[in-house]
Design a protein around this ligand. Structure first.
Ligand SMILES: Cc1ncc(C[n+]2csc(CCOP(=O)(O)OP(=O)(O)O)c2C)c(N)n1
Ligand SMILES: CC(=O)[C@@H](O)[C@H](O)COP(=O)(O)O
Ligand SMILES: [Mg+2]
Length: 632
């Protein structure tokens, strides 16, 4: 039996000696590499937090003490040490272990939201609450990455935490110098400056190697070194804010981290423990992966680490390639990313136009309003962001961009169901959110060709902002129109006026498959793709007059989505046809595979056809129970 197999909870690691801890860290590292390559997931970040997490669970008593993880993608070791080792075979699978903390899984978990930069606010609130309840013996420990620390919300929290010298929050900065790519901005430079000199590092390594021969002396000297460092540590940003600063500590040295955490635990006020770690530590493929140190890997060969399956060009790659073409023609086009240059497809643009790409850190609010500034200066900014993260910059979109009619182009990748990363990662809120923004035009391309077309149209819009949304994954083959009706692409047409099926973006293949089923049953179905879905085209409103039922299908929230918008416009225009909208139900979706989740939402071709059939039957026999419009 391995040491790891004996660990069922944090209590099981508290008595281990230095040698056993080193062995345990090695076993966990091997376990992570083997399991996460098989399932896909955040391998690099978790290889970077092995020793840090072991130290945290030795010093603090979770769950009475709360150990909080910012973003949560680096909490696999926390899950392993809190009794969930067995779940990793089904990591991020439907019904299996979540890739993020999950309160349903464990009392040791708190934050389920994978949006970065929130942890310090949770910690501030928890510490206030514990104090008010008289539970002052409960520690609040917040682990935040150097990337997440570039998010504005983190500094809102730090302003509050540092303003309360008696607020016992332990802030562990997990500083690996990277978000995906190296973290940008002055803060990253500041943190790097806190690192010790290379000479000191070399001496440190030598002395540790020598001292490991006598563990007791090693541990004693560690405490002395940590204390010394505390005295000599540079007074800087954190200290100037009134936060005690401990570090920098070698985040892969369990004893060193433990010593610093024990010191922090006894401090009684807000304290920063600055840990230096390496994303991908201990796995050469990850360490050598200059792209992102294996931030997130797909299903791979556990023996070689080679990704398995190459699903062909992605929506992201189509966008990235077309933007480079546009950039060559139009020097005023610039790009903005919130620490996600590679994942949003902007790497090629940055390669060719390094002065025309701005990585603002994990700071979507700043990304949006700085884009408004770029537009006011005469540039054409393209803000590339995952759909779910645009939520962060909604007020900036509404007030700083749209109210000023700034021609900013928002490219929303990962729109609709993403799946693997759980509820907070689905891009399911963008259409309702974008739908209420005056003057904002919205496109939902159905394939690569229409994505390229929409992007070219968007960068040519001068009177206001626009947004283009597309899903995660392979883009698939182009879906040709079989006809045009007054500028609207017709994708399927069968004789009769039973159903006008309006397909939104990437749902086109599903809509056409459902239409074929209904046509075989003798119904007259026409499928159209408006491409630009906001504002609603007058041609579409006129076309709808000819049909008995209008159906919309979208990979987005049904309530308030495109279906709601079109229904409102049809009512305003006096078009009598009822509207049945199909989309994602208003609930937080559990993790799983995109296709499975869409099917669960009633958005498979079979279910869509069935729902439409029932709706028609109900309309023909009004006494029949009306089909539940709400998707399952
Ligand atoms: C608001 C928000 N924007 C973007 C992301 C995407 N994202 C996930 S992890 C990550 C990098 C996090 O860097 P850091 O906090 O340093 O953690 P590390 O991965 O280095 O451990 C980003 C940008 C996110 N989760 N939340
Ligand atoms: C944790 C986080 O927000 C990202 O790492 C996310 O998991 C990436 O998602 P994709 O894999 O869709 O790029
Ligand atoms: Mg980092």
């Amino acid at each position: 039996m391995t040491l790891l197999e004996t660990i069922e909870g944090p209590a099981d690691i508290k008595q281990l000696n230095a040698g056993q801890l080193a062995d345990l860290a090695g076993e966990i590292r091997h376990f992570l590499i083997d399991k996460v390559l098989r399932t896909g997931g955040h391998l690099g970040p978790n290889l970077g937090t092995v020793e840090l997490t072991i130290a945290l669970h030795r010093v603090f008593d979770s769950p009475r003490d709360r150990i909080l993880w910012d973003t949560g993608h680096q909490a696999y070791v926390h899950k392993i040490l809190t009794g969930r080792r067995e779940g990793f075979d089904r990591l991020r699978q439907k019904g299996g272990l979540s890739g993020y903390p999950s309160r349903a899984e464990s009392e040791h978990d708190t934050i389920e939201n994978s949006h970065a930069s929130t942890v310090l606010s949770y910690a501030d609130g928890l510490a206030k609450g514990f104090r008010l309840r008289g539970e002052t013996d409960r520690a609040v420990v917040a682990v935040i990455g150097d990337g997440a620390l570039t998010g504005g919300m983190a500094w809102e929290a730090l302003n509050n935490i540092s303003g309360a010298p008696d607020r016992p929050v332990v802030i562990v900065v997990n500083d690996n110098g990277r978000s995906y790519a190296p973290t940008t901005g002055g803060l990253a430079t500041y943190l790097a400056g806190l690192r010790t000199s290379p000479d000191y590092e070399r001496f440190l390594e030598w002395s540790k190697h020598q001292l490991r021969q006598t563990p007791k002396l090693y541990e004693a000297l560690h405490a002395v070194k940590a204390g010394l460092k505390d005295m000599l540590a540079p007074q800087g940003l954190f200290a100037d804010l009134g936060l005690k600063y401990l570090g920098p500590v070698d985040g892969h040295d369990i004893a060193a981290v433990e010593a610093a955490l024990r010191q922090a635990a006894g401090f009684g006020g807000p304290v920063v423990v600055h840990c230096l770690t390496r994303k991908g530590h201990g796995y050469r493929r990850a360490e050598d992966d200059e792209r992102d140190h294996h931030h997130a890997v797909g299903v791979s060969d556990p023996a070689t680490g080679e990704p398995l399956g190459s699903p062909g060009p992605s929506w992201t790659s189509v966008f990235g390639a077309e933007l480079v073409e546009i950039g060559r023609e139009r020097p005023e086009v610039v790009a903005v990313t919130a620490a996600m240059l590679q994942p949003t497809g902007l790497a090629a643009y940055a390669e060719e136009f390094p002065d025309r790409v701005f990585d603002v850190g994990i700071a979507e609010q700043h990304a949006v309003t700085s884009a408004a500034g770029l537009a006011m200066a005469g540039m054409v900014p393209v803000v590339a962001v995952y759909s779910t993260f645009l939520n962060r910059g909604f007020d900036q979109l509404l007030m700083d961009v749209a109210m000023h009619s700034c021609p900013v182009v928002f490219v929303l990748d990962r729109a609709g169901v993403t799946g693997d990363d759980g509820a907070s990662h689905n891009g399911m809120w963008d259409l309702p959110v974008l739908g209420i923004v005056p003057g904002l035009r919205v496109a939902a391309p159905r394939d690569g060709a229409s994505l390229r077309g929409a992007l070219r149209e968007a960068v040519a819009i001068t009177e206001g902002p626009s947004a283009i949304r597309f899903p995660k994954g392979p883009v698939g083959p182009d879906i040709p129109a079989v006809d045009q009706h007054d500028g609207i692409d017709v994708l399927h047409r069968s004789p009769g006026d039973d159903v006008l099926l309006v397909s939104v973006g990437a749902m086109a293949a599903t809509a056409c498959a459902a239409a074929r089923r209904l046509t075989e049953e003798g119904l007259g179905v026409t499928v159209v793709d408006p491409a630009w879905i906001k504002p609603v085209s007058p041609s579409l409103i006129k076309l709808a007059e000819q049909y008995r039922l209008v159906v919309t299908v979208e990979d987005g929230l049904r309530v308030g989505g495109y279906g709601s918008l079109l229904a409102q416009e049809l009512r305003d225009a006096g078009v009598p046809a009822p509207v049945s909208g199909f989309g994602i139900p208003q609930r937080f979706l559990d993790h799983g595979k995109r296709a499975d989740i869409l099917a669960e939402c009633g958005l498979s071709p079979e279910d869509l056809a069935r729902s439409i059939r029932l709706r028609i039957a109900a309309d023909r026999a009004p006494g029949v129970r009306r089909v539940e419009e709400e998707s399952r």
